[in-house]
Design a protein around this ligand. Sequence first.
Ligand code: SAM
Length: 210
Amino acid sequence: MFRYTPAGFPDPKACGAFYDARVGLLSGDDMMVLEYSGVEAQQRLFARAITLLPPQGDILDLGCGLGHLISCLDEKRLPYANYHGIDVSSRMIDEAAKRYSGRSEVSFERRDVLEEPLAPARYDTGYILSVLGYPLGDDPMRSMMGIIENSFSACRTGIVFSHLVSGRKAGLKFTTVPEELATRCKSELGAKVELDDDGADFTYLIVLRH
Ligand SMILES: C[S@@+](CC[C@H](N)C(=O)[O-])C[C@H]1O[C@@H](n2cnc3c(N)ncnc32)[C@H](O)[C@@H]1O
């Protein structure tokens, strides 16, 4: 059933319901639940992101899924004060909370930041990894920019997010031209922008710093 994925979602709630169903049906295979081709792809993306923007102070992990970024930071012995994972899927949040229970520096929350935006400057460094790959609503660019803008304003140092390169792989649902999105973030958000695109991988990263 989940070899088929939708063309997009009308709103974040529908996206949450899709991932809720994946947690139930594919439990036992985290990478299938999260739609990664394998654990290497996820770890490669995490490594790129934390090299570009090392964790610092209070961390925001927007679209945290099962909270795997925590294990990655643990393995690499990268220190931080607190980790807060947010996701629109309540089952992802429940499952992540179970896995990392008993850790006082770790918290999780089900939230749609488009409906209920985050407070400014609440965190230090933010991560949005493999979250923005489905078009949301009638104006997907606007929805995506809303999520990026709110996360950026919520993080004192900055954020790093991943997105999918147009024209590099067939079948992707929502892609962008890296340089165009970088320019848009610079002009609309007034951010200092760093682009990480190796010209081969279909995923690229953008760091936004204040
Ligand atoms: C492919 S998984 C990636 C999870 C995690 N970031 C990782 O890399 O392991 C995408 C996650 O983003 C969440 N998500 C998608 N759109 C979201 C949004 N607008 N706000 C919060 N979470 C969102 C989904 O529910 C899902 O758990």
